[in-house]
Design a binder for this molecule. Structure first.
Ligand SMILES: [Zn+2]
Length: 314
């Protein structure tokens, strides 16, 4: 943010498996324009890059009134190395693997592009403008269809040596637990994600016929109304999440742990009991210092954090 040019708004992109979100973000972290589109299924890298470049260009025309932005920042749903802009694997975006998204986008758009993992972007967003503002270190759990994680340490995103640090969803918390999509058994993701909540509810309700339309949200709603099966599923989910929180606290000892993503909208019903479980799992003398909060930027976290990265790097 030294020169005038670097204060120009940045186009931030949040690219997930089903949704594509775009935002124009100022250097003060405000999202001043937004756009959202459904992602059509894409199984070729070139087609994905063409589609993305087309959407970004159209957004610049419309929201940026054609003015050249300071750069483009993409938060991508898959393990990504932000230093090189390389996507390792995109299980939720056409199953695509190993390509240099930043380079491909730069050649199409003729401007600088930074690419990072979407959970990393969300953590930076919460650090810059959200529930992690003012904290020197934080860890963010993103609870959605799957589970991601990311950390900011001493004000910097920590991506690890190859860019995949924070994959808390694929750490094992139950060695005899359910098989995870990654191949391991008893991963946190296999116990706490929306997919896991729906699976467990269906399993315990197997004698009842009408299971159409069951979502993680509806399971939480049922639990609020006192449904015994839903209450049990929520209690089990909170317990597993509590173990995950305790593991993160013991490994990294961050100042604050944030819970974000769609499943976090269950709010205190999940986060309260999970925090109590986590406290019971860590050293007694440290229990009061564990701080767990709900992330506050919701869907904007990824856009704001991607822009933060762009302002830092471009
Ligand atoms: Zn796994």
């Amino acid at each position: 943010m030294k020169s005038k040019a670097s204060k120009r708004p940045v186009v931030a992109v949040d690219l997930g498996g089903t949704n594509l979100r775009l935002g124009l973000v100022t250097h003060q972290g405000r999202v001043v324009a937004r756009s959202r589109a459904k992602m059509r299924s894409v199984t070729e890298k070139d087609v994905l890059c063409d589609l993305l470049a087309e959407k970004v260009s159209a957004f610049i025309e419309r929201a940026g009134k054609g003015r050249v932005p300071g750069g483009v920042a993409v938060g991508f749903a898959g393990p990504t190395d932000s230093a090189s802009g390389r996507v390792y694997f995109a299980p939720n975006v056409g199953g695509l693997g190993d390509f240099h998204l930043a380079e491909a986008m730069e050649s199409r758009l003729g401007m600088r592009v930074v690419v990072a993992n979407d959970a990393d972007c969300a953590a930076l967003g919460e650090y810059w403008q959200g529930a992690g503002k003012g904290a020197k270190s934080l860890f963010l759990f993103t609870l959605g269809t799957g589970m991601g994680g990311a950390m900011v340490i001493e004000g910097r995103l920590w991506e690890g040596s190859a860019g995949i640090a924070g994959e808390i969803g694929h750490t094992v918390v139950d060695i005899d637990g359910p098989r995870c999509a990654c191949g391991r058994q008893g991963c946190l993701e296999a116990l706490v994600s929306a997919t896991a909540i729906i699976r467990e509810y269906r399993k315990h309700r197997r004698r009842q016929t009408d299971m159409t339309g069951v979502t993680a949200k509806s399971v939480f709603q049922l639990a609020r109304r006192g449904d015994r099966v839903a209450l049990r599923v929520v209690a089990d989910t909170a317990r597993a999440l509590g173990i995950g929180i305790a593991n993160v606290y013991l490994l990294l000892n961050p100042e604050v742990i944030l819970i974000g993503g769609g499943v976090a909208r269950a709010g205190t019903m999940l986060i309260g009991p999970a925090t109590r479980h986590a406290r019971a799992e860590i050293f007694p003398a440290l229990r009061d210092r564990l701080t767990v909060k709900r992330a506050s930027l919701s869907d904007d976290a990824g856009l704001v954090g991607a822009a933060y990265l762009a302002y830092q790097r471009l």
